[in-house]
Design a protein around this ligand. Structure first.
Ligand SMILES: C[S@@+](CC[C@H](N)C(=O)[O-])C[C@H]1O[C@@H](n2cnc3c(N)ncnc32)[C@H](O)[C@@H]1O
Length: 182
């Protein structure tokens, strides 16, 4: 069991054909493709990344697999320009840098917190947001250390926030956070 397994299982249980889902960090497109398969041809997937390399990779993967998603070269902080409130069943964030890309470009606390705030508005009641947090290494701890207190401050009458900790793992493993909109 690792962060990816847990997120994939939760997303599979959450999504049905015809749903709307958002990948806030498209990267190489694996999560976007996973969402596109889960919502099927009648669903909608919107994906964001700030790097042309990531947007191109994601579009190529989707084309190769015959899947559909709208892939936007924009910050996830601007997602409210592309999606209406209370419409998405699932929103994924896979934080950090682009694998096989420029490791000096990674997600940052200010835009991540802005995007999570927008995403919570866009999420339907009963919808699920999954955030996989990477820390240590090139991106350090600033994002994790700002995000966790922000998520702890969310109204517990409106959101359930579950943070998974890999208790005996060394070296800062990526960990998932699940937020259910009540
Ligand atoms: C760990 S990768 C995502 C992996 C991806 N989900 C996959 O399946 O391959 C993180 C991505 O976040 C992107 N990113 C960084 N800041 C961003 C922002 N403000 N808005 C959208 N994407 C951002 C990076 O360019 C990078 O491609």
């Amino acid at each position: 069991m690792n962060a990816l397994d847990m997120v994939r299982r939760a997303v599979s249980e959450q999504l049905s054909p015809g749903d709307f889902a958002i990948d806030a960090t498209a990267g190489r497109g694996y999560d976007t493709a996973f969402l596109a398969r889960a919502v099927g041809k009648t669903g909608r997937v919107l994906a964001f990344d700030i790097q042309p390399d990531a947007v191109n990779s994601t579009r190529e993967l989707l084309a190769a697999e015959g899947l559909n998603a709208e892939v936007v070269l924009a910050s996830h902080a601007d997602m409210s320009l592309y999606a209406n409130p209370e419409t998405a069943s699932c929103i994924l964030f896979n934080l950090g840098y682009l694998p096989g890309g420029d490791h000096s470009v990674f997600t940052h606390a200010d835009s991540t917190i802005a995007a999570v705030t927008s995403g919570l508005d866009i999420l339907k009641r009963g919808g699920l947001m999954c955030i996989t947090v990477y820390s240590g290494g090139a991106n350090g701890y600033d994002e994790r250390d700002a995000l966790l207190p922000f998520l702890a401050s969310l109204d517990d009458g409106k959101y359930q926030v579950v943070k998974v900790s890999f208790h005996n793992w060394k070296k800062d493993p990526p960990f998932p956070i699940f937020i259910r909109k009540l």
